[in-house]
Design a protein. Structure first.
Length: 173
């Protein structure tokens, strides 16, 4: 643990916070104030992330998400790649990887969900049933990351903190 004096000294060595460059057409969070997430699973994702006690960068990330600092985002199986505009001319390259379930476990879970007509119907309609997380849990699995180690994140910015505000902005979108 650092003493208050040591933290103030370390903070004095850092450059002052800078304002990010404006982005035209950036991806902006729909929430301008208050809570993030329009549906249960988005709110649950945010609650899971915030439960990991990732530090103050989450607040800056929320601000970046609301300002539209995310230039682009691509989502794949267990992976998200994004460009996030900071104070420098070139946007930062952000990568998030989430631990995915092995194929045999997915197959088993698909069988569990298929046996429940309500899950099958809602999932086929593009909806995420609110109680699907309970079904995952009942099958001995998890829909969301259980611990910080289930997330691997990288950003090309010079900030030593992980997550940095650029990674956090992507978390919120």
């Amino acid at each position: 643990m650092h003493s208050g004096a040591e933290r103030r000294y370390e903070a004095s060595l850092l450059p002052p916070p800078s304002r990010p460059r404006d982005v035209k057409g950036g991806i902006r969070a729909r929430s301008r104030r208050g809570a993030f997430g329009e549906n249960w699973w988005a709110r649950r994702w945010i609650a899971v992330l915030e439960s990991f006690e990732l530090g103050g960068r989450l607040q800056r990330g929320r601000s970046y998400a609301r300002r539209g600092q995310v230039v682009s985002i691509a989502i794949g199986k267990g992976r998200v790649e994004a460009l996030v505009q900071g104070s420098r001319e070139t946007p930062y390259d952000v990568k998030l990887e989430v631990k995915t379930l092995p194929a045999p476990e997915w197959k088993r879970l698909a069988g569990v969900l298929a046996r429940e007509a309500r899950f099958a119907a809602r999932l086929l309609a593009g909806e995420m049933p609110a109680d699907v997380e309970d079904a995952f849990r009942g099958a001995g699995s998890s829909l969301f990351p259980q611990r910080r180690a289930d997330l691997r994140t990288r950003c090309s910015c010079p900030d030593w903190s992980n997550p940095c505000k650029h990674i956090a902005a992507v978390y919120y979108l």
